[in-house]
Ligand binder design. Structure first.
Ligand code: 0WD
Length: 254
């Protein structure tokens, strides 16, 4: 592992121990990083506190609802005050009404569309913008995306459109922030059983299809996603920006 001692990393989107963001936090912690963990709402706080107690380092825990610009600004100002320059951010946040993640794509409403795109795509730009004054030199940002944004995956529906917007945002942000020394990349994870995944209709079929057909003939773990995250967030990934790396047992090549 590269050494991240004394470097501050912000991990956003831990709902519980199954969250991909939690695997990323553990991996960064193992590499010696100073962690800031943000959670969406008060109800996640105590769960996160007990998870964070298992980390080697002492993490700073802050509430940050990404639908609220003032909350995002306050969060990043506080992070800078309490933890110094930000070396990296892992954005692992998405939301869509689960009624829009099954059945016919066009049955979704304008309101469901706006909410999903706001939380799952716009929030990345909102976060990067708020962090701009506080980035360390050679900072790195990652987000989590999914193949359903590149092509049709049954039931992924509205979230597919949100991921397409997210993937495109990664490219525009990478281009804008590159001259400031900030890299922006996405990891396209294979299906992993988490709270969010439960919202996707017939998620089990997506898992078994990958297991049967992907080159590696098995599903991926959150830890495998996290180690690619460590690569992108550390100096090991220093030449990489605007990229989507698939951690999906190779399924996307089919
Ligand atoms: O198969 C999977 N699990 C995959 C997930 C495959 C490929 C990509 N991903 C993506 C997801 O789309 C998401 O972007 O990975 C990211 C993390 O998802 P996860 O780890 O699978 O799911 P989960 O543990 O539920 O974390 C997502 C969290 C939310 O949890 P809830 O259950 O409350 O939706 O996103 C956060 C929240 O913690 N979140 C918010 N954070 C701040 N403000 C907000 C918000 N308004 N809304 C949701």
């Amino acid at each position: 592992y590269p050494t991240l001692t004394n470097k501050t990393y912000v991990v956003m989107g831990i709902a519980n121990k199954r969250s991909i963001a939690w695997a990323i936090a553990k991996t960064l912690d193992a590499a010696g990083a100073k962690l800031v963990l943000t959670y969406a709402a008060e109800r996640f706080k105590s769960g996160l506190e007990s998870l964070a107690a298992d980390l080697n380092g002492e993490a700073l825990l802050l509430e940050c609802d990404v639908t609220n610009d003032a909350a995002i600004d306050t969060t990043f100002r506080t992070i800078h005050e309490q933890a110094g320059p930000i070396q990296g951010i892992a954005h692992s946040i998405a939301f869509a009404d689960k009624e829009a993640l099954r059945g016919e794509f066009s049955e979704m409403t304008r309101g469901q569309f706006a909410q999903a795109l706001d939380i799952s795509a716009y929030s990345l730009t909102a976060v990067v913008k708020a962090a701009k004054p506080y980035f360390a030199q050679d900072a790195s940002v990652i987000t989590l995306t999914y193949l359903g944004g590149e092509r049709v995956v049954p039931n992924y529906n509205l979230m597919g459109v949100a991921k397409a917007a997210l993937d495109s945002s990664v490219k525009y942000l990478a281009n804008e922030y590159g001259p400031h020394g900030v890299r922006v990349n996405a990891i396209s994870a294979g299906p992993i059983r988490t709270l969010s995944a439960k919202g996707v209709g017939d998620f089990n079929s997506i898992l078994s299809e990958l297991e049967q057909k992907a080159p590696l003939r098995r599903n991926v773990s959150a830890e495998e996603v996290a180690s690619t995250g460590l690569f992108l967030l550390s100096s090991m990934g220093s030449g990489v920006t605007g990229e989507v790396i698939h951690v999906d047992s190779g399924y996307h090549i089919l």
